[in-house]
Design a binder for this molecule. Structure first.
Ligand SMILES: Nc1ncnc2c1ncn2[C@@H]1O[C@H](COP(=O)(O)OP(=O)(O)O)[C@@H](O)[C@H]1O
Ligand SMILES: [Mg+2]
Length: 163
């Protein structure tokens, strides 16, 4: 149902894309990366191995990041330089720690912020204006569901190639 308060036209409808290979997940990431803007905060929810970091790799390609992308599981955070900088968080190890205790600032307005395990920091999850949920369907199949996001991100999901 349309909600007047948040500006999203169809917030109740989620949109899913199924990928059958890492390369297809990268391709969705590249399309997402082209749609993202400075100040965007994207939460990536899903169990280990569902492809969150692979999606970040595709986004990083579109943003012309030259260095390699690794899940920052042990340091919580990496910053990559690109056409737009990327702030890449992985909060897997954050459990039991308050966000404020990490000493990290709030998401940068000049960068695209990508957060794996956003649900582990309530405040950061609330900042995520785009939320994508990833699930494994078989060894090489992943389902990526847009839970919320602006129209330009929704369009990427709606226009993604489908079998
Ligand atoms: N369709 C797919 N999309 C993404 N990753 C896939 C896919 N099929 C298999 N994989 C594998 O799943 C793993 C995903 O790893 P990763 O992106 O690090 O997960 P996460 O960051 O969610 O823990 C990789 O080993 C990758 O090769
Ligand atoms: Mg990861």
């Amino acid at each position: 149902m349309a909600s007047a308060s948040n500006g999203w036209r169809r917030p109740a409808i989620s949109t899913s894309v199924d990928t059958s290979s890492v390369e297809e997940t990268h391709e969705l990431g590249r399309r997402l990366g082209s749609a993202l803007k400075a100040g965007d905060v994207v939460g990536l929810e899903g169990d280990l191995g569902t492809g969150k970091t692979e999606l970040v790799r595709g986004i990083a390609e579109a943003l012309e990041v030259t260095g390699s992308v690794h899940s920052p599981t042990f340091v919580l955070h990496h910053r990559y330089q690109g056409r737009l900088p990327i702030e890449h968080f992985d909060l897997y190890r954050l459990e039991g720690m308050a966000w404020v205790d990490t000493g990290l600032d709030e998401p940068a307005p000049d960068a695209v912020t990508l957060i794996e395990w956003p649900e582990r920091a309530g405040v950061l999850n609330a900042w995520a204006t785009t939320l994508i949920r990833l699930t494994s369907r078989s060894a090489n199949q992943r389902r990526l569901t847009l839970v919320r996001g602006p129209d330009r991100v929704r369009e990427v999901f709606e226009h993604a190639p489908r079998d």
